[in-house]
Design a protein around this ligand. Structure first.
Ligand SMILES: Nc1ncnc2c1ncn2[C@@H]1O[C@H](COP(=O)(O)OP(=O)(O)O)[C@@H](O)[C@H]1O
Ligand SMILES: [Mg+2]
Length: 258
């Protein structure tokens, strides 16, 4: 699904948090958002998902404005995993993932074996199949994160929005998740902290002070100059001899020995 945002903005009181962001994300593309803490990544994701109150600008999904869709129609198209998901504590892992099917159910289409198969597949995709019966309240942070991602997958969205999905995950599950979302045949927009992981996206948008100050292929966007100006680090690009990939190593500018 093509996502087109025009002149998006959002303010908290008099303070502008996101200002004049326009971008188009093509069907099947994996688009990464990077930027320092507080640069507006989470707010922009909420704007793209239609979840920010009193937004400025507009969001178009294929040829329909987001505001013209009902909540159910939005939920059939967009799945959003926020940084901190609000989940009823009493549920099991499987119950949480089943919530992802809600937008597809109705009196005429109750939960079916087809829905159960989709839930199983989503649990397996994040490696939580064997923990389906465990209580949500007893999960570790990384397990919770993976269950929320399974819920989003079970929703079978055409646009998947993930806010720092690799936080709390061990390195295996970080890489497995990024590989999984990269292979999904849907449009993915995700905020990432790890710039090396961001290198794997098709395109990156760099946020600074609520504005998207750069947008393009990762290697063009994450230049040493920009890393210094925006992230306040000196970056050295190293080459992995195994596959020729570029790996960034950082030095904090303020703490550099003279
Ligand atoms: N509801 C809100 N009210 C006031 N300030 C907010 C609100 N939401 C976000 N902010 C502020 O907006 C800025 C950007 O926040 P956020 O989008 O969460 O940034 P990021 O995800 O890049 O760290 C931060 O300074 C944050 O404190
Ligand atoms: Mg954030």
């Amino acid at each position: 699904m093509r996502l087109a945002a025009r002149a998006l903005g959002w303010s908290a009181g008099a303070r502008s948090i996101v200002e004049d962001v326009s971008l188009t994300i093509e069907p099947g593309e994996t688009f990464g958002l990077v930027g320092p803490n507080g640069s507006g990544k989470s707010t922009l994701l909420r704007l793209l998902a239609g979840l920010a109150p009193r937004p400025r600008g507009r969001v178009q999904l294929d040829d329909r404005p987001l505001t013209a869709l009902s909540r159910r129609e939005v939920a059939q198209r967009i799945a959003f995993v926020e940084q901190i998901a609000d989940t009823p504590e009493a549920l099991s892992v499987r119950d949480v993932v089943e919530l992802g099917r809600t937008p597809w159910l109705s009196a005429l289409a109750p939960f079916s074996p087809g829905d159960a198969a989709i839930v199983d597949e989503a649990l397996q995709a994040v490696g939580m199949g064997r923990m389906a019966a465990q209580a949500w309240a007893t999960l570790s942070g990384g397990e919770r994160q993976r269950v929320q991602i399974a819920r989003a997958l079970a929703q079978r969205p055409r646009l998947l929005i993930l806010d720092e999905p690799t936080n709390h995950l061990d390195i295996h599950h970080q890489l497995a998740l990024l590989r999984l979302v990269g292979r999904l045949p849907v449009t993915v927009v995700l905020a990432l902290h790890d710039l090396n992981q961001a290198m794997g996206c098709d395109r990156l948008g760099v946020m600074e002070g609520g504005r998207m100050v750069a947008c393009g292929p990762p290697s063009e966007v994450l230049t040493p100059e920009r890393l210094t100006a925006i992230f306040r680090v000196r970056a050295t690009a190293l080459r992995d001899p195994a596959d020729g990939a570029t790996v960034l190593r950082y030095h904090c500018l303020e703490e550099e020995p003279r």
